[in-house]
Design a binder for this molecule. Structure first.
Ligand code: PLP
Ligand code: MN
Length: 329
């Protein structure tokens, strides 16, 4: 099939860029040094590619991601890097033979993990992002609480998400070091083998973590394109549906693009704005009604989740179609 035959909007993944991104990251962080985060692509076919590149452990953001990964045969070592109060479905996965480690940052999440049948946890430590994570100085005490509840404490995690898009590489490296000083101090109090942290923006600088939880690197987006050397594999294919003297309109809008990192990008054009089903842009070279164009999203995760499938393409040829099968809750 050619991309001209796809109904639009359609999520495209450039095969060559994807493969280069996977190989670049696997060379930098081989084997267990990378625990790929599946929330960025939500696609078990893509996770199988990461597994084939040598990464057996994965990071998940939701219970459903864990379930779908396990059902796809990729449940050998899943980290749910979020706090979960209703752990019943996770316990069922563990009983069915998956290995699931869950983040805890409070006595309540420890109790929930043990009650639901989860056996292994990481103590989630706040390293500067005002989101989840206990204060570093409380981590040891929480680990003791978890062990008393019968849980195996595999170590710590601490996500420095506030640093991923720091523009100056030297600033990003220095701030990552400061954040990881908090995490390594907590790790000394907690014990265990794992120090899990990092993402696509800090994978080079974060030499303190034993494993990096990067996800966006595989498909990429324009926000990360400004700070890390991975290729833009992801785009949303659209059809030009209207052309005026000053601007043109493509059928890719808010409902097919994650917009929280800003406007999408169109090659050789100025993007003016997005509405529900449309992006209005000023082309530098004339476009015609019916032309197919690629719209590059600014943020990969909330873009992918709006689509049921992604099409792996080689130029204008669709070589494979993959379900975005980890969507939903
Ligand atoms: N770890 C956690 C807990 C996250 O929430 C994220 C992304 O938000 C990441 C790691 C890194 O992902 P990415 O490589 O897409 O920045
Ligand atoms: Mn993201």
């Amino acid at each position: 099939m050619r991309i001209d035959e796809l109904p639009t909007p359609a999520l495209l993944v450039e095969r060559a860029a994807l493969e280069a991104n996977l190989d670049t990251m696997s060379a930098a962080l081989p084997g267990a040094r990378l625990r790929p985060h599946v929330k960025a692509h939500k696609c078990t076919a893509l996770a199988h590619r990461q597994h084939a590149n040598g990464h057996a452990g994965f990071t998940c953001a939701t219970v459903r991601e864990c379930e779908v990964m396990a059902a796809a045969g990729l449940g050998a070592d899943l980290l749910l890097a979020n706090e979960v109060l209703d752990t019943r479905r996770l316990g069922a996965l563990v009983r069915d033979g998956a290995r699931v480690t869950v983040a805890v940052d409070s006595p309540e999440t420890v109790v929930a993990a043990a009650a639901g049948g989860v056996r292994e946890v990481l103590v989630d430590v706040n390293v500067g992002l005002p989101r989840c994570g206990c204060p570093p100085e409380r981590a040891g005490e929480l680990a003791d609480t978890a062990r008393r509840a019968g849980l195996e404490v595999r170590g710590v995690m601490g996500y420095e998400g506030h640093l991923m898009l720091v523009a100056d590489p030297a600033d990003r490296a220095r701030m990552t070091g400061d954040a990881m000083a908090l995490l390594t101090a907590a790790a000394a109090d907690v014990g265990g083998e794992i120090i899990s942290a990092g993402g696509t923006g800090t994978y080079v600088d974060n030499t303190w973590a034993t494993e990096i939880q990067a996800g966006s690197y595989a498909l990429m987006d324009t926000a990360y394109g400004a700070v890390v050397p991975f290729g833009q594999a992801l785009s949303v294919l659209g059809t030009v549906v209207s052309v005026a003297a000053t601007h043109a309109v493509v059928d890719v809008g808010l409902k097919s693009l994650g917009m929280d990192h800003g406007l999408p990008t169109i090659a050789e054009a100025q993007v003016w704005f997005c509405s529900d089903e449309h992006t209005t842009f000023a082309p530098e070279t004339p476009v015609r009604v019916g032309d197919r164009i690629r719209v590059l999203p600014a943020h990969v995760d909330p873009t992918v989740v709006l689509h049921e499938r992604m099409h792996l393409v080689d130029g204008d040829v669709v070589v494979e179609t993959w379900a975005v099968d980890m969507r939903g809750w």
